[in-house]
Design a protein around this ligand. Structure first.
Ligand code: KG4
Ligand code: ZN
Length: 338
């Protein structure tokens, strides 16, 4: 059986509408993304508005990607889509779109796990890890350490007990009046912050496990903020110390996971892996502790369809043909069947 090689991918799990084209021989042929703006005025993602924007933007994005890559719809050999985790309405838009298009073209379609796609985004880079490795997945909804023995074999090592790292960034950014989602803005402000002006805890660091907790840190920020003079410099000092605290927790637990698995490769992915402080601290720790760190380029840290396209393509190379059912899972553990 010929395995599909030229893959069209659709990502619509949250507030990014994205489409990509991936070819097993030639690599990534194109990708486009529309970052929905409608949510910023509401201070968070409004699920119904997200679904409506996915409906509005998916088709134009597909047309744009195909035109720019100079590829006709009839050349596509398989379609993949994010089936979870994410917002149910948003996922359904992408799944229905992908399944219907595949049916009309007489080609197969496959669902993709959004976090697996984040984990494998690094495979689109020239510096790729060999299996096995430890994955640190840090996004708006997840903070996980995963043992990746081989493609498709994932073992959860640690998780967050409350807020995800990205969620903590967003909540602190909101508190400091930086808008939503505020991770990148908070990180920018932190570059003006001074060391030692504010002290925040490093939650769970002295517990001998691989779990995280960020809600206490967020509460500590609130306490410091309420007692402060609320000046721009104080904001920057808080942002700096908060970022330091999160980065330290992520790096210490990741190194502990590498040690426990006796692996030498760490893959970091998800929106928070775009964080510059995390990236540079990881690089220097890697040199010092003699492990390799693998990071996607900035635009593939946050949600995108290129990672979904690669992951779907990889599944197509080993997958059994699936039925026509349109199934999505807003809550879906990595490694579990759909
Ligand atoms: O992976 P992603 O795009 O969406 C989810 O699947 O959740 O991650 C989004 C998260 C948001 O919480 C955002 O604030 C955070 O990633 N983020 C950052 C940075 N860029 C995005 N957090 C810290 N520093 C950044 N530079
Ligand atoms: Zn994501």
């Amino acid at each position: 059986m010929d395995r599909p090689n030229l893959i069209l991918a659709v990502e619509s799990s949250c507030d990014e509408t994205a489409v990509a084209l991936y070819d097993g021989r030639l690599g990534l042929l194109g990708h486009k993304l529309y970052s929905q703006e409608v949510h910023s005025q509401h201070g968070g993602v409004v699920p119904e508005l997200a679904s409506r924007d996915h409906i509005r933007y998916l088709l134009p994005l597909v047309k744009q990607v195909l035109t720019e890559a100079n590829i006709g719809l009839s050349s596509i050999e398989g379609i993949v889509y994010t089936a979870g985790p994410g917002l149910v309405g948003a996922l359904l838009v992408g799944a229905m779109f992908a399944r219907s298009l595949a049916y009309s073209l007489g080609i197969p379609a496959l669902p993709v796990h959004h976090m697996e796609a984040h984990l494998l985004a690094v495979m689109l880079e020239s510096k790729q890890p060999a299996f096995p490795f430890v994955g640190l997945l840090v996004s708006g909804g997840h903070t996980m350490l995963v043992e990746v023995k081989s493609f498709g074999q994932y073992q959860l090592l640690g998780d967050t007990l409350d807020d995800a790292a990205g969620e903590a960034f967003d909540k602190v950014a909101k508190l400091l009046g930086l808008g939503y989602p505020g991770g990148a803005a908070l990180s920018k402000l932190a570059t003006e912050g001074r060391e030692g002006k504010v002290l925040l805890p490093r939650p769970m660091l002295n517990r001998d496990n691989l779990d995280f907790s960020f809600s206490g840190l967020k509460t500590a920020v609130l306490t410091v903020w309420e007692r402060s003079d609320k000046s721009h410099q104080t904001k920057a000092d808080i942002a700096y110390e908060f970022e330091q605290a999160v980065v330290e927790c992520l790096i210490v637990k990741s190194m502990r996971a590498l040690k426990r698995c006796q692996y030498k490769s760490l893959v970091v992915a998800g929106g928070v892996s775009a964080n510059q402080m995390l990236r540079s601290h990881l690089q220097s720790q890697a040199t010092r502790q003699q492990f390799e760190v693998y990071l996607p380029r900035h635009e593939f840290c946050t949600d995108n369809a290129a990672m979904v396209a690669y992951t779907g393509w990889a599944h197509f190379q080993v997958a059994e043909p699936s039925d026509l059912a349109v199934k999505v899972r807003p809550r879906w553990e990595l490694g579990e069947p759909l």
